[in-house]
Design a protein around this ligand. Structure first.
Ligand code: GDP
Length: 358
């Protein structure tokens, strides 16, 4: 039997080893009105000192993006030899009062700029060590005080949903009773459907997974939008130090699944769905971007062709040169058309592509 063994069975190990050596890159962005607890939740998610065996090899690197308002924080975490380079993009909170382009345009521009950078790097010579700063996921904070999505939320989500995986969150859910929370969750999901907003669609669970996994998967899906609580303070519950918010009537524990969905969110981001979020970003959102980019280039070439045509009519003497140029443009346009058709066909056959198009 050994003779029949070629050796490719070690492939997963090889891929794994290489990936581990390189480390994983993951970026997510937080979006929502000012004061909904975005910064607090980020702290709770990753800067927690409650992990005993987690090391922070590098100090947290702060590198402010060109735009003053958008800030990217990078953080390297390591667990059992696996390195993850996390980038957290903190966006300026917007408010209904500021419902102008100023409040949302920088956010959209940021996402596009990362695609653009990746595109340039990918078309360049040194394609081996591309830094992937594309935004893999957007945590969208919904106010617990309103009665569902506000017009600005619908607007904002629609601006973002074809560019990035949106995961909706009910912010500061400790301010709601369980009944209010469940009512708000239903309402938000209804509105998302009514408005044809494409939030991140969790992949189907494979039928051969074990029952425990399936159950976990069902619970995860039914918890959307995740109701979260963040806190920068550590409180003591039954002799144990935990992150929580202290009230006169008791303590809300951030990491207690009976109190909120924080653990579910962290688990999906970090241990179960990180790769899927990256795949969807790459296979759907980035491909959409590339198709749009190409369509834009095609328009440009068509305009140039028209200009040449006009020139050739005005200067019949130089006809031959211009004819050549026009023929070149035609070939260029045709190449782009073919590429675009191929990309669109590929996108359409991807089962995870949102139904209502690009
Ligand atoms: P950001 O503007 O969205 O980044 O909001 P911050 O993180 O600065 O939080 C704004 C205020 O809300 C602060 O006073 C926080 O202590 C408080 N806060 C943050 N998260 C929560 C939460 O989950 N529940 C409650 N009740 N308050 C919160």
């Amino acid at each position: 039997e050994d003779d029949e063994f070629i050796g490719f069975a070690t492939l997963p190990d090889q891929v794994h080893r290489k990936a581990v050596k390189r480390g994983f890159e993951f970026s997510f962005m937080v979006v929502g009105e000012t004061g909904l607890g975005k910064s607090t939740l980020i702290n709770s998610l990753f800067l927690t000192d409650l992990y005993k065996d987690r090391k922070f090899p590098n100090h947290i690197l702060d590198n402010a993006e060109q735009t003053v308002d958008i800030e990217r924080k990078q953080l390297e975490i390591e667990e059992k030899g696996v390195k993850v380079r996390l980038s957290v993009v903190d966006t300026p909170g917007f408010s209904e009062a500021l419902n102008g382009e100023k409040s949302w345009q920088p956010i959209i521009d940021y996402v596009d700029r990362q695609f653009e950078q990746y595109y340039q790097a990918e078309s360049g010579v040194n394609r081996k060590n591309i830094q992937d700063s594309r935004v893999h996921c957007c945590l969208y904070f919904i106010s617990p005080y309103g009665h569902g999505l506000k017009p600005i939320d619908v607007f904002m989500m629609k601006k973002l949903h074809h560019k990035v995986n949106i995961i909706p969150l009910i912010a500061k859910s400790d301010t709601l009773t369980p009944k209010e929370r469940s009512h708000l969750k239903n309402k938000v999901m209804e509105q998302i459907e009514e408005n044809h907003i494409n939030i991140y669609k969790f992949p189907e669970c494979d039928s051969d997974e074990d029952e425990e996994f399936k159950q976990q998967d069902r619970e995860l899906k039914s918890a959307i939008p995740f109701a979260v609580v963040g806190s920068n303070t550590v409180v003591e519950v039954a002799g144990k130090k935990v992150r929580g918010r202290m009230y006169q009537w008791g303590i809300v524990e951030v990491e207690n699944p009976a109190h909120c969905d924080f653990v579910k969110l962290r688990q999906m981001l970090i241990s179960t769905h990180m790769q899927d979020l990256k795949d969807i970003t790459s296979d759907i959102h980035y491909e959409n971007y590339r198709a749009e980019h190409l369509a834009e280039q095609m328009k440009q070439s068509t305009r140039e062709r028209m200009k040449l045509k006009r020139e050739s009519m005005l200067n019949p003497g130089k006809m031959e040169d211009t004819d050549n140029l026009i023929a070149q443009k035609d070939a260029e346009i045709q190449r782009m058309q073919e590429m675009l058709a191929k990309m669109q066909a590929q996108l359409q056959t991807n089962p995870r592509t949102p139904v209502n198009g690009t």
